[in-house]
Design a protein around this ligand. Structure first.
Ligand code: PLP
Length: 437
C-alpha cells in the first residue's frame, strides 16, 4: 500500500535508493544561495543545484515570466506550427553564442541535446555527400548524459556497463587527467596538449572518411572537474579541420557564465561547430536544452533536402512556451546583473578557496577554472568513494551542499555567491574533510 509520504514509489535517478530511503535528506524551498531542508535547516548551495542554478534560486523575474507564460499559452506544438516566443528565445540565445553558431535546435535536457547534436552531425555529413562518415568519437571519462548516444560517446564505465552494446562505430580518445604531471595546477594545467593527437591516431586507424564528429566537454564536470591542458582544445580544433570532422563542445555545464563567459568556447577562444547546452539556459526553473549549430552546417542540411521536412528529429516539447519564457527571463537576468563578468571577477577568490584545501588530510589534488572547483581525495584502500560520500552527508548535516563524484568533490556555486560565502564553503569543507577517516 502506497501512502502520500511513502518513499518507495519514486525510483530515484543516479541514487543509492536503499540508502537514501533509510536516511532521506530533502529540500522544501530555496532562495538565492540557500536551500531549506525538511527539518528547517538552511543549506548553502555550493553546487548550483546540479550545475544549473547559475543565477541563484527563486529569482522573481524568472518565476513571474513562467507564471505569465503558463497563463497565456500553456502549450502549442512546434511541428509544422509554432508560437512567437520560441523564435524570440532562439534569437536571444543565438546572440550570445560564438559568431557563426546562430541556428538553434531546442530540446528538454542535456542528454537530448547531445543526441540531437550527434544526429545533426551525421545528417550533415550525409547531406554533403560524405555518408560514409558515421563514426562518432568521444573521450574516456567524458559525460554526455544518459541517452544511448550520450553513453556511447561517454567514457564513464559505470554508466555503460549495464546497457549492452550501445552505438556501434564509436571510439574514444584518452582523457586528460594526469596527477603525476599536473596535480594542484591553478587554472589550465600545463601538460597534456599532445593528448589531442589521439584523434590523429583514431583517424589513422579508421580513416578520416569514416569519422563524422568528435564530442568533448571543454571542462569535464561530472567525471570530477578536468580542466583542459593549455593548447589541447586548439589542437583538437586543428585536427578536426584538417580531416573534415565536426567538433562538438558539450557545454551543458560550462555555458552561461560558469567559466566567466557565455560559453567555454568564448573563454578558451576555440569555436566548435556545434554547442550543446541545457541547465543554466533557464536557470533550471523549467527543463530545457538547446543545440547551437554553425550556420553552414544547418544550411547544408536544410538547403539540400528535398521539399518537405529537412531533419526528421524533434521533441513534443522542443521550444515549450514555459521553457522559452524562462530562458528569455534568465538571459535578461544574466545580462542585467552582469553575472558572467561577475563570475570572472570572483575567479581569483574562488581559486584561492579551492587551493586552500591543499595540505588538508586526504587531499591529493585541487583544480579550478571559472567558478568550478575540484578537490580529489585519496580513496580508502578497501572502499573507494565511501570517504567522499561520508563528507557529502556530513556537509549536508552542517548546512553545506556539495557534490561528490567518485572520490572527487565537485563545486559549482551560483554566480551570485559572495566572497564571504566562498570563505564559508572552504572553511566548512576543510574541517569536515580533515575530520573523516
Ligand atoms: N552533458 C554534460 C556535459 C553534462 O554535465 C550533463 C549533465 O550533467 C549532461 C550532458 C546531461 O544533461 P541532463 O541530465 O540534463 O540530460
Amino acid at each position: 500500500m502506497t501512502e502520500p509520504n511513502d518513499l518507495s514509489a519514486f525510483w530515484m535517478p543516479f541514487t543509492n535508493n536503499r540508502g537514501f530511503k533509510q536516511s532521506p535528506r530533502m529540500f522544501v524551498s530555496a532562495s538565492d544561495m540557500h536551500y531549506v531542508s525538511t527539518t528547517g535547516q538552511k543549506v548553502l548551495d555550493a553546487t548550483g543545484g546540479l550545475w544549473c542554478v547559475n543565477a541563484g534560486h527563486g529569482r522573481a523575474r524568472i518565476v513571474e515570466a513562467i507564471q505569465h507564460a503558463a497563463a497565456k499559452l500553456d502549450f502549442a506544438p512546434t511541428f509544422q506550427l509554432a508560437h512567437p516566443i520560441a523564435f524570440e528565445a532562439a534569437s536571444r540565445l543565438s546572440l550570445i553564442m560564438p559568431k557563426g553558431l546562430d541556428r538553434i535546435f531546442f530540446t528538454n535536457s542535456g542528454s537530448e541535446s547531445v543526441d540531437t547534436a550527434l544526429k545533426i552531425a551525421l545528417a550533415y555529413q550525409k547531406a554533403r555527400g560524405q555518408g560514409g562518415r558515421t563514426r562518432l568519437i568521444g573521450r574516456e571519462r567524458g559525460y554526455h548524459g544518459v541517452g544511448f548516444g550520450g553513453i556511447s560517446v561517454g567514457g564513464i564505465v559505470g554508466n555503460r556497463r549495464q546497457f549492452g552494446t550501445l552505438l556501434t562505430g564509436v571510439d574514444h580518445m584518452r582523457h586528460t587527467h594526469d596527477l603525476a604531471r599536473n596535480a594542484f595546477s591553478q587554472g589550465q594545467p600545463e601538460h597534456g596538449a599532445e593528448l589531442a593527437d589521439d584523434l590523429e591516431r583514431i583517424v589513422a586507424l579508421h580513416g578520416a572518411e569514416t569519422v563524422a564528429a568528435v564530442i568533448v566537454e571543454p571542462v569535464a564536470g561530472s567525471t570530477g572537474v578536468l580542466v583542459p591542458p593549455v593548447g589541447y582544445l586548439e589542437r583538437l580544433r586543428a585536427i578536426c579541420d584538417q580531416h573534415g570532422i565536426l567538433l562538438i563542445f558539450d557545454e551543458v555545464i560550462t555555458a552561461f557564465g560558469r567559466v566567466g563567459a557565455a560559453t567555454g568556447a568564448e573563454r578558451f577562444g576555440v569555436t566548435p561547430d556545434l554547442i550543446t547546452m541545457a541547465k543554466g539556459l533557464t536557470n533550471a526553473a523549467v527543463p530545457m536544452g538547446a543545440v547551437a549549430v554553425r550556420r553552414e552546417v544547418h544550411d547544408m542540411i536544410v538547403n539540400t533536402a528535398p521539399e518537405g521536412i529537412e531533419l526528421f528529429h524533434g521533441y513534443t516539447y522542443s521550444g515549450h512556451p514555459l521553457a522559452c519564457a524562462a530562458a528569455i527571463a534568465t538571459l535578461d537576468l544574466y545580462q542585467e546583473e552582469g553575472l558572467f563578468d561577475r563570475a570572472r571577477s570572483l575567479e581569483e577568490a574562488w581559486a584561492a578557496g579551492v587551493h586552500s584545501m591543499k595540505g588538508v588530510r586526504h587531499v591529493i589534488d585541487c583544480r579550478n577554472f571559472g567558478l568550478i572547483g575540484g578537490i580529489e581525495l585519496e580513496p580508502r584502500p578497501d572502499a573507494p568513494t565511501k570517504r567522499a560520500m561520508e563528507i557529502f552527508h556530513r556537509a549536508f548535516d552542517e548546512g553545506l551542499l556539495i557534490r561528490v563524484t567518485g572520490d572527487i568533490i565537485a563545486l559549482s556555486p551560483p554566480l551570485i555567491i559572495s566572497p564571504d560565502q566562498i570563505g564559508e564553503i572552504f572553511e566548512t569543507l576543510a574541517r569536515i574533510v580533515a575530520a573523516v577517516d
